[in-house]
Design a protein around this ligand. Structure first.
Ligand code: IPE
Ligand code: IPE
Ligand code: MG
Length: 226
């Protein structure tokens, strides 16, 4: 294995289209999407992934119909309560990133409980982005640092390591306001697979593709010097 501390970020897209294609309501896709999250969390350590950041709900997703938003919020809450014990068993630390002030108090409580229960876990960090906007996060960091801003302080205030591999399912090829700062040198992998169908083989294929890429970070290959 070339690297033992990969940070993989995933834009989990396609739930609605997956359900609609089956004649089901969109929320059925979100429910199936929660199962895909379980599969990916389970498979990640075996692929040398140390940090997994999952885009679950963007700040722009508040503009969806209230019933869909309410179901998503309920699913997050249920997922956190039902998965925490398993996460502790498997050494999975849960952290939620994004704004908390617009979340319902009972979801905030479930988040705090899951974070506290898994705080000592060190095998895999799972960061779930809820009410997340990269632009907002960057703006808030800039406002709080003011004239003292520098790259290092900025990165540490944002609190998320640089992304190695960014995966987006569902066929769209855009970032949708996700980890704009942290993806500066991320390898990007787009797949038409809808998120509810994404499984450990898909994750392994994405990671294998990552290892075949040549990351240069602005330099040139050593063999080409001269
Ligand atoms: C991703 O699936 C989940 C969220 C954005 C909450 P979508 O709900 O965006 O599914 P599509 O893109 O409409 O198929
Ligand atoms: C991005 O998906 C957000 C999440 C996957 C949570 P969207 O479906 O909201 O993105 P757009 O609207 O296609 O850009
Ligand atoms: Mg979508």
């Amino acid at each position: 294995m070339k690297q033992s501390s990969l940070h993989v970020a995933i834009i989990m897209d396609g739930n609605g289209r997956w359900a609609t294609a089956r004649g089901w309501p969109r929320v059925a896709g979100h429910r199936a999407g929660a199962d895909a999250v379980r599969r990916v969390v389970e498979a990640a350590p075996g692929l040398a992934i140390r940090t997994l950041t999952l885009y679950a709900f963007s700040s722009d997703n508040w503009q969806r119909p209230p019933a869909e938003v309410a179901t998503l919020m309920r699913l997050f809450r249920e997922y956190l309560s039902s998965e925490t014990a398993r996460c502790v068993e498997n050494g999975v630390r849960i952290r939620v990133i994004g704004r908390r002030d617009r979340l319902e108090p009972r979801l905030r409580k479930a988040i705090a409980a899951a974070e506290a229960a898994t705080a000592g876990c060190a095998r895999l960090d799972v960061q779930v982005a809820v009410d997340y906007s990269a632009r907002d996060a960057i703006l808030r960091a800039a406002q709080s640092l003011g004239a003292g801003a520098c790259r290092q302080a900025f990165s540490s205030l944002l609190g998320i390591p640089d992304v190695d591999l960014l995966i987006r399912t569902g066929g769209e090829q855009r970032l949708s306001d996700f980890l704009l700062w942290e993806c500066a040198y991320a390898e990007i992998y787009f797949t038409p697979r809808m998120w509810p169908d994404f499984d450990k083989n898909d994750l392994a294929a994405a990671v294998a593709e990552f290892h075949s890429r040549d990351r240069r970070f602005g330099r040139i290959k050593e063999a080409a010097v001269g």
